[in-house]
Ligand binder design. Structure first.
Ligand code: DAH
Length: 349
C-alpha cells in the first residue's frame, strides 16, 4: 500500500471514530487545517519534478476531496444523532391529564349565572341577551314608566349623548330585554336574561355597574300560581334548602300588576345570617304579572296572553349564598379575594 493510501486509511478511520462535532472538527484540522497532514504534503509539491508534481498534485487533491466528503457525511450523521437525542429528551406527553392545581378561578358572578342557568334550564327556560346601551323606549316607555318617573332622572341613570335624535342610556335594569324578546318572539315565551346593568350610585351596597337576572313567561293561561311555584322552586334549589320558608309581599313596579317582592326565611341571631332557619325575612327579588300596557307596547294582545316576570340582583344573591360581606369587592380584581371567593373550574360541576 502506498504512503498516500495508508494516510487515507488512517484519516478515514479517525473521521469515523469521531463521536461528536468538536471531535470531528479536531480531525478536520489535523487533516486539512493550515498545518494539517494533507496540507503539509501539498506544501512539498514545489520540490518535485514537473511530472511527479502533476501526478502527486492530482493524488493529493483527490485525497483532500475524499476526506472532505467523509467529514461532511460524518457531520450530517452526528447532527442528526444530536437532534434525535434532543427530541427524545424534550418529549412532551400530550396525553397527560391537565395541571392538578389551576391558577385561575371562576368569579362568583360567573358561577352564580352558571347555577341560575342550570336551575331555570331544568324548568324549560332559555337564555336571552340584549344590548347594554339602550333607548328611552326599551328602558322606560315600553315598560310603562310614566313621564317624570323618578327612575328617569339624570341622577339615577347614565345618559349618553343623543344619536340620530334618539336618547341613549346605559340600561338601568335587564327588564329592557323583556321588550326585545316580546318584539321578536311569538308566545309562548319562557326566558331568563342575565346581564350587566348600570345606575349612578356608589356606596357599601351599590356600585355603578352590577348584574341582574330577569325572567319572563308569557302564555295564554299563565297565572300568579305559576309565578309562585316557579320562584319558590328556584329559591329552594339555589340556596339548597328543601323546606326554605318563602313569602310574597305586595309591592309596586310600573311594568307588573299585581307586583310583589319575595322574601326567604332566615335567622340573624348573634349577628350571623343563616338562610332557611329562624323567624326573620330577607328580600330576594321583585316580581309580578306583566302589565297589560307592557304587552300592548310590545305587540302582544293582552286579551289573549298573560304572564309573569321577575328580576333579581346577582351580586346580592351571590353575597347571601357565599357569605361575601361587601359588594364593592366584586369589582376590585384583587387576586387574593378571587382566590378566596372564586371557584375551580370543576367545582360543583
Ligand atoms: N327591574 C326591576 C329592578 O331593576 C326588577 C324587577 C322587578 C324585574 C319586578 C321584574 C319584575 O321583571 O317583575 O329593580
Amino acid at each position: 500500500m502506498s504512503n498516500l493510501e495508508l494516510l487515507k486509511k488512517e484519516l478515514v478511520e479517525t473521521v469515523r471514530a469521531a463521536n461528536d462535532i468538536p471531535a470531528l472538527e479536531e480531525v478536520r484540522v489535523t487533516a486539512l487545517g493550515k498545518k494539517g497532514k494533507v496540507t503539509s504534503l501539498m506544501q512539498t509539491l514545489g520540490c518535485l519534478s514537473p511530472e511527479q508534481r502533476k501526478e502527486m498534485g492530482q493524488a493529493l487533491n483527490k485525497l483532500k476531496d475524499e476526506i472532505t466528503a467523509e467529514i461532511e457525511a460524518k457531520s450530517l450523521l452526528l447532527k442528526k444523532a444530536a437532534l434525535d437525542e434532543r427530541l427524545e429528551k424534550e418529549k412532551i406527553d400530550v396525553t397527560l391529564s391537565p395541571r392538578p392545581s389551576p391558577k385561575g378561578t371562576i368569579h362568583p358572578i360567573s358561577k352564580t349565572v352558571e347555577e341560575l342557568v342550570a336551575i331555570f334550564a331544568d324548568m324549560g327556560f332559555s337564555v336571552a341577551e340584549g344590548p347594554d346601551i339602550e333607548d328611552d323606549f326599551h328602558n322606560f316607555t315600553a315598560l310603562n314608566f310614566p313621564e317624570g318617573h323618578p327612575a328617569r332622572q339624570m341622577h339615577d341613570t347614565f345618559y349618553l349623548p343623543e344619536a340620530a335624535g334618539k336618547t341613549r342610556l346605559l340600561r338601568t335594569h335587564t327588564s329592557t330585554v323583556q321588550v326585545h324578546v316580546m318584539q321578536m318572539q311569538k308566545p309562548p315565551i319562557r326566558v331568563i336574561i342575565p346581564g350587566r346593568t348600570y345606575r349612578s350610585d356608589y356606596d357599601m351596597t351599590h356600585t355603578p355597574m352590577f348584574h341582574q337576572l330577569e325572567g319572563l313567561v308569557i302564555d295564554k293561561t299563565t297565572h300568579m300560581g305559576h309565578l309562585k311555584g316557579c320562584l319558590i322552586e328556584f329559591c329552594r334549589r339555589f340556596f339548597e334548602v328543601d323546606e326554605l320558608p318563602t313569602r310574597f309581599r305586595p309591592s309596586f313596579f310600573p311594568f307588573t300588576e299585581p307586583s310583589a317582592e319575595m322574601d326567604i326565611g332566615c335567622s340573624r341571631a348573634g349577628g350571623e345570617l343563616k338562610i332557611g332557619e329562624g323567624k326573620d325575612w330577607l328580600e330576594i327579588l321583585g316580581c309580578g304579572m306583566v302589565h297589560p300596557n307592557v304587552l300592548k307596547n310590545c305587540g302582544i294582545d293582552p286579551d289573549e296572553y298573560q304572564g309573569f316576570a321577575f328580576g333579581m340582583g346577582l351580586e346580592r344573591i351571590a353575597m347571601l349564598k357565599y357569605g361575601i360581606p361587601d359588594l364593592r369587592t366584586f369589582f376590585e380584581s384583587d387576586v387574593r379575594w378571587l382566590k378566596h371567593y372564586g371557584f375551580g373550574p370543576m367545582e360543583g360541576a
